[in-house]
Design a protein around this ligand. Sequence first.
Ligand SMILES: NC(=O)c1ccc[n+]([C@@H]2O[C@H](COP(=O)([O-])OP(=O)(O)OC[C@H]3O[C@@H](n4cnc5c(N)ncnc54)[C@H](OP(=O)(O)O)[C@@H]3O)[C@@H](O)[C@H]2O)c1
Length: 287
Amino acid sequence: MRILVTGAEGILGRAIREWLASGNTLYLWGRDEVDVRDKDRVLAAAKGIEFDAVVHAAAMTAVDRCETEFDLAMATNRDGTSHVASLARERGATLVYLSTDYVFDGTKEGPYLEDDPPQPINAYGRSKLAGEEIAREVAGKSLTVRTSWVFGEGGANFVDAIAEKLKRGDTPEVVTDQRGSPTYARDLARGIEKLLRLGTTGTVHVTNSGETTWYGLAVEIARDLGSPLQVRETTSDRFTRPAPRPKNSVLSGKRYQALTGESLPRWEDAVRDYLGRRWLAQRGAAA
Ligand SMILES: NC(=O)c1ccc[n+]([C@@H]2O[C@H](COP(=O)([O-])OP(=O)(O)OC[C@H]3O[C@@H](n4cnc5c(N)ncnc54)[C@H](OP(=O)(O)O)[C@@H]3O)[C@@H](O)[C@H]2O)c1
């Protein structure tokens, strides 16, 4: 497949570069090459290249910053998506729009299904939902992939933040009252490729299997790293941040499983794998 990737320097973009390079032709756009807010640039940069799909991973993802810079969040996550969707339509390519568990309000008991009504409770979620709507409206063929709690190389993420804290000897204090499914960018990249090869359109939730809290994830990281430090429990009302987070944002993987005949690996295995790679690589480099 020939795949154009926006946000190529981000966590998902880098995973696509690393894990989907073999068997595909990739065109990688980082922010320096193409700012997706600039429609003319988006259309001009694609002149002379042919692609079957666009994985639109560029986004403003700093959840708290979106609260105070909502205009920028909308310009990036909604208008930028509209520009990329126009390009996809013009070329007859499938647009893969990456969306988030934060389009839900978190009040549901149990995992969210693709058809559950979105009701974002923060600015990031509102801007990403606006992106979903414009992607469907503008692109001829579109696949919305909602994912959650993404970790991997190439950007700020919870797994690295906790690992670095533990490495410094600081005890992390982490909330026990937000549930979700951690997702390794590598597994997400492979999941997207699988859906594209099947010609899937519509909305599909793609996360690692299983669920936990941020606290549970931090405990797992500490265990994997063999840290002697104990992760401390806290709750959202004591650990306040500009953007509220949903209490439950677990996404059901049933549709993905029905479409592909498989589930992504368990989140615990994915975290162990990622930490092993990263830390073994670091130790190797230090030796
Ligand atoms: N990370 C998560 O936990 C998570 C969860 C659910 C859904 N998602 C979605 O998954 C997708 C990929 O996220 P990610 O984890 O790879 O995030 P990421 O690491 O923040 O990558 C996003 C990339 O987009 C770039 N970007 C921002 N504004 C841009 C613009 N105007 N033009 C071009 N590029 C721009 C960023 O560049 P700068 O670094 O220079 O800003 C960054 O390289 C996003 O759509 C995100 O909303 C992520």
